[in-house]
Design a protein around this ligand. Sequence first.
Ligand code: IPE
Ligand code: IPE
Ligand code: MG
Length: 241
Amino acid sequence: MAHPDAGPQHIAIVMDGNGRWATKRFLPRIAGHKQGVDNLKRIVRACAQRQIAVLTVFAFSSENWSRPQEEVTGLMDLLAGALSREVSQLKQDGVRLRFVGDRSGLSDRVQAGLTRAELDTMDNRLLTLNVCFNYGGRWEIAQAAADLAARGEAITESSLSQVLLRNIESDPDLLIRTGGEFRLSNFLLWQAAYTELHFSPAFWPDFDEHALDLAITEYHARERRFGKTSAQVAQASVPPL
Ligand code: IPE
Ligand code: IPE
Ligand code: MG
């Protein structure tokens, strides 16, 4: 758990606004999603340069299946394309890829691609990129509880945490949502309990390094109290004599 002065170690992003970015340009929504993939590459690089250890992004929610069939198919094709085109570069760049979400809902080809990408990059240490795909926070918590129940283990806050840490290795320090909406949309419900939130009006394809730096600067100005008083936090940050 980082102190704001240390800068965020783990950033999470709800990459929202691709559709509106495209519509504003009289383009099909899928063109916005394509641009969104390019922007993710830019932000991954920027995070690595800023010594962020973990970046967790929301790419496709359990609820996004309710979109028009054409858009859902387009998003699945984009994932398959990114898996075949982008993984070798990420591997060279030191990025460790992990996918979190219900894989059983995805095609065999995509499932195999996810596993291969994870294995190919598992030794990388510069930055971990968790891609939440076919992911829902409620699904994740229910899965963890079912896992404990199946093993006959007690369901406690700490046992649930232990299971969830296998998916995403730490709680995000900073969660950014682009696209001007002020909600979580079922993202990281457990892990974001004490995360600092930043809402950007920029559509995801327009969210650049400057917008990222603004979010990080704002984070530095926050005081993370975790239930304590301001005086206690100030006391705890005084180095021992
Ligand atoms: C986020 O952008 C990407 C996904 C949900 C897959 P949207 O597609 O939700 O873009 P808007 O919110 O319609 O602009
Ligand atoms: C959240 O965006 C999901 C992703 C960014 C993948 P949505 O656009 O689906 O969220 P709602 O529907 O506006 O809440
Ligand atoms: Mg949206």
